[in-house]
Design a protein around this ligand. Structure first.
Ligand SMILES: [Fe+2]
Length: 294
């Protein structure tokens, strides 16, 4: 399948020529808005989590603006682009409060979207970060993820958009199988993840910013201390299978992700780029225009 990324270096607007599309497809990607909405329905954790948010993210918004206003503005801007699909690539909420989920459901009404979860979406900072915590909070997201946050797919204009939850830095063998089946259709595919895939060109920038290789499949650069801090274990078989699929699948157009909080594009293999969006709390988003390759 022929595929050409015309301007991957642009941080916000990208064009891709894709063989096999039925028509032009417009996508808008939003990531890492870290909305800290909370009320009395999650009283104790919400107060702590809001304080945690104020200590870090609020100082990084443009002019100290409130995230809910930035987020609402980004959604308005996204709708003006008339996207076929809105890609929400995780850490959309800073924690899974009932108030945050309600705000999101209300704001997304009438928009076609795929939402893959980030490590913050399902985590209250007062809790211990673990896969068990993710599983415990999954039901809160069923209404926003078609009942299955782990694996989702949407076909639009001949493009198959696949979303996998890799917010523990791993995917399960079942998720890898799901991706394999989607790729086996032969459709041009686009993969949504929260955590970027390790690639040699990206790793130095991630190390410089975070002092740890906080990407999926990053095997070099960890220390015992950074592994303990980030709670990232060795690469598991499902994750390895997913990485192999991405490297080999000729019909994978690209990967959209977030997590590392800076805009980035890296070639995974000829014809396939991984795009990271500038975080939403900074006012960032990315628009992709995919056109039939003729
Ligand atoms: Fe984030």
């Amino acid at each position: 399948m022929r595929c050409r990324h015309l301007n991957p270096e642009h941080p916000e607007e990208n064009e891709i020529l894709v063989e096999g599309l039925e028509r032009e497809v417009v996508m808008v990607q939003l990531s890492d808005t870290h909305l800290p909405a909370a009320d009395g329905r999650d009283p104790h954790p919400a107060r702590q989590a809001a304080a945690h948010f104020a200590a870090y993210f609020q100082q990084r918004t443009p002019g100290g603006a409130v995230v809910a206003e930035i987020f609402a503005g980004l959604l308005d801007r996204a709708r003006q682009a008339h996207p076929d699909l809105l890609a929400l690539t995780g850490d959309i909420l800073h924690f899974p409060s009932v108030a945050g989920l309600e705000w999101l459901r209300h704001r997304l009404a009438g928009t076609d979207y795929l939402y893959t979860l980030g490590n913050h979406d399902w985590f209250f900072p007062y809790q211990t970060w673990s896969d068990a915590g993710r599983q415990a909070h999954y039901p809160r997201f069923f209404g926003l993820t078609g009942g299955n946050p782990a694996c989702q797919v949407r076909r639009v204009g001949g493009l198959r958009v696949v979303a996998l939850d890799n917010s523990t830095y791993q995917v399960s063998p079942e998720q890898a199988d799901f991706l394999r089946r989607q790729l086996a259709t032969g459709d041009p595919c686009l993969l949504l993840l929260h955590i970027p895939l390790a690639t040699p060109s990206l790793l130095p920038a991630v190390m410089a910013r975070w002092n740890a290789p906080i990407v999926m499949g990053g095997e070099e650069g960890w220390t015992a201390e950074t592994r303990a801090h980030w709670l990232v274990g060795e690469v598991q078989p499902g994750t390895r299978a997913c990485l192999d699929l991405v490297r080999q699948a000729a019909n994978l157009v690209g990967v959209l992700c977030g997590h590392i909080h800076f805009a980035r594009a890296d070639e995974l293999r000829p014809g396939c780029f991984q795009y990271v969006a500038r975080p939403g709390f900074e006012g960032g988003c990315r628009r992709l225009r995919l056109k039939p390759y003729r």
